[in-house]
Design a binder for this molecule. Structure first.
Ligand code: PAF
Length: 279
């Protein structure tokens, strides 16, 4: 596996692949890799001839400085993991390479980024859209793989690529879960042992609520019960639990079309997000 830390070195490698007519995939990450990231790499490798993994802890998408300061960083381990998984190139730029002095541009995707997590993390999706637009331009990848755990992010990125005419296909990868159902996330490492046990309640509550909605129970009362269950079991607060259309995240009052139940809730120092399909 090659490693590039500059855009010039990345471009040189990709240009060689493109001359050979190879199909290129990118897997954008912020490092602190775990099994769910490896699932993204596996999917990318299955869909393309060459796979780039990017690791960049993007300061622009952290609306809380403490969250950025505490974000886990495990660079050496990350590089070994992506190499073992068969990635062809690791792109790990320093902040100055991504945002040189006087960097003045922001990509802002309206509508689809405005509520759910967007409402609770002002500026977060502008930071995501900006860095992902840069990564798409830098890598010139044909496909990009994103985890469905960050369901709203996937929609924001897809809309951004479409609106800016970036010729890339966004490939969703199903959420990878721990044995008790907790969606894998780099932030889970910051949960205490007690909180880690409680954390599984989030997915369990969502799956149960999705079952009830699919069975025809009224959405607002199912969501109220789910909200109470999380608070009773030790969550500090619930940002939202909402039923949305899978296709475009429109709010739904019944599961009249393919839908997702999405939630964000705070447990100890960590904000957890998850979503499940409503059949
Ligand atoms: O999902 C993430 O890890 C980040 O939001 C991403 C897509 C790598 C952009 O920094």
């Amino acid at each position: 596996m090659k490693t590039a830390t500059t855009v010039a070195a990345l471009r040189e490698t990709v240009a060689g692949w493109k001359r050979e007519g190879l199909r290129v995939a990118v897997v954008p990450t912020m490092g602190a890799l775990h099994e769910a990231h490896l699932a993204l790499v596996r999917l990318a490798r299955a869909r393309a001839d060459r796979t780039i993994v990017t690791i960049f802890v993007n300061p622009k998408q952290f609306n809380d400085p403490a969250d950025l300061a505490n974000y886990p960083r495990t660079e050496a381990n990350d590089a070994a993991m992506v190499e073992a998984e068969g990635a062809d190139l690791l792109f790990a730029p320093a902040p100055g390479e991504m945002y040189p002095e006087n960097f003045s541009t922001a990509v802002s995707v309206t509508k689809v980024s405005e509520d759910l997590c967007g409402k609770h993390r002002p500026g977060h999706f502008d930071g995501v859209a900006t860095v992902v637009a840069k990564l798409f331009n830098q890598t010139q990848a044909d496909i990009a793989v994103f985890g469905e755990k960050d369901f709203q992010q996937m929609h924001v990125v897809r809309r951004m690529a479409r609106d800016l005419d970036i010729p890339i296909t966004i490939v969703p990868c199903p959420t990878v879960r721990e044995a008790d159902g907790l969606a894998m996330s780099s932030r889970n490492a910051r949960l205490s042992a007690d909180d880690r046990r409680t954390a599984a309640q989030l997915s369990q509550t969502l799956f149960e609520a999705a079952r009830r909605i699919a069975a025809g129970d009224p959405v607002h009362s199912v969501i109220a019960v789910a909200h109470r269950r999380l608070m009773k079991n030790g969550f500090r607060s619930v940002d939202y639990i909402e039923l949305r259309a899978e296709a475009d995240l429109r709010p739904l009052t019944t599961a009249s079309e393919p839908a997702r139940l999405l939630a964000a809730a705070h447990l100890g120092p960590v904000r957890l997000i998850d979503n499940v399909p409503v059949k």
